[in-house]
Design a protein around this ligand. Structure first.
Ligand SMILES: C[S@@+](CC[C@H](N)C(=O)[O-])C[C@H]1O[C@@H](n2cnc3c(N)ncnc32)[C@H](O)[C@@H]1O
Length: 273
């Protein structure tokens, strides 16, 4: 288990990330000036469909100003900053990757959101936070790295207040083997997809009622087609900054896996009963 965690951590070990981010922001002309979370969305929303997906998940979760949100597997903290900025919530983000948290802290400072966003290194299956302390938990494109789904969903249930919402936007298994490498893994050993029915069953088994279970595969395939037709991501820093030289290969494989029905994208919102 610890070995598996180490392999996932190594996969997301972005050497020199802060310097690359500083250089990329300087190249956009923002120098050391304050930036908005939206300006960072090209590279700090580390999931399919980027910023629109985070906003859609927040709408589906019906976030209310003043609520406390936990973002598990928060990456660089992009979703956490957008939730705080647009929905008036406070967000705690937890991620296995120390370089991501370090870069995330830097970006939170650049946005001036330190009072409402705090990020820490930790394991989503054992978050070091109090029981029944959060109004909502977000999990975007993270579960596919986690073998212990029962442990993950039980931990989410533990940290939510009664009636709290769990919002998941993740990759699910389809039919047939995946083409590797994909953005979350170079090989099958660190990819842990469940199919949609298994995912819903595992969430329900942890004590949740399912409010929404939506197949977003078609929407994401359309998005990939639009990006391809446009000749790649819009100008400015993109996720290539984080993923590195393999960016076209891993995202191309993900798009192909979706087109061939080997994987899907699912939004699930559940409630702690
Ligand atoms: C594809 S990124 C998504 C990041 C973020 N949720 C977003 O949408 O921008 C997956 C993230 O999950 C994190 N992760 C994977 N397994 C984890 C675990 N067991 N505990 C905490 N974070 C984990 C990785 O370090 C990585 O930052």
């Amino acid at each position: 288990m610890a070995d598996m965690e180490e392999k996932v951590r190594a996969h997301y070990n972005a050497e020199g990330l802060i310097d690359r981010i500083k250089g990329a922001l300087a190249a956009t002309g923002s120098g050391d000036a304050k930036v908005t979370p939206d300006q960072l969305a090209g590279f700090d929303q580390f999931h399919t469909r980027g910023l629109p997906a985070t906003l859609a998940l927040a709408e589906a979760t019906r976030l209310v100003t003043g609520e406390l949100v936990l973002d598990l597997g928060c990456g660089l903290g992009g979703p956490a900053r957008v939730l705080a900025d647009r929905f008036g919530v406070s967000v705690v983000g937890i991620d296995l990757s120390a370089p991501f948290i370090e870069a995330g802290d830097y970006l939170t400072g650049r946005c001036g959101l330190e009072d409402v966003v705090s990020l820490a290194v930790g394991d989503a299956t054992n978050p070091q936070v109090a029981d029944a302390s959060f109004d909502a938990v977000f999990l975007q494109h993270v579960a596919m790295n986690i073998a212990d789904r029962a442990g993950l969903y039980a931990a989410i249930h533990r940290v939510l207040k009664p009636g709290g919402r769990f919002a998941s936007y993740d990759v699910v298994r389809g039919e047939g083997d995946l083409h590797f490498p994909v953005p979350w893994s170079r090989e099958p050993e660190t990819s842990h997809l469940l199919n949609p029915a298994e995912t819903v069953a595992a969430i329900a088994a942890a004590g949740f009622e399912i409010d929404l279970d939506r197949d977003d595969t078609g929407t994401v395939m359309e998005w990939f087609a639009q990006v391809t037709a446009a000749g790649g991501p819009p100008p400015g820093p993109s996720l290539a900054l984080v993923i590195g030289a393999d960016f076209p290969l891993v995202t191309g494989n993900l798009a192909r896996n979706l087109r061939e029905g080997r994987a899907g994208i699912r939004t699930i919102v559940a409630r702690k009963s």
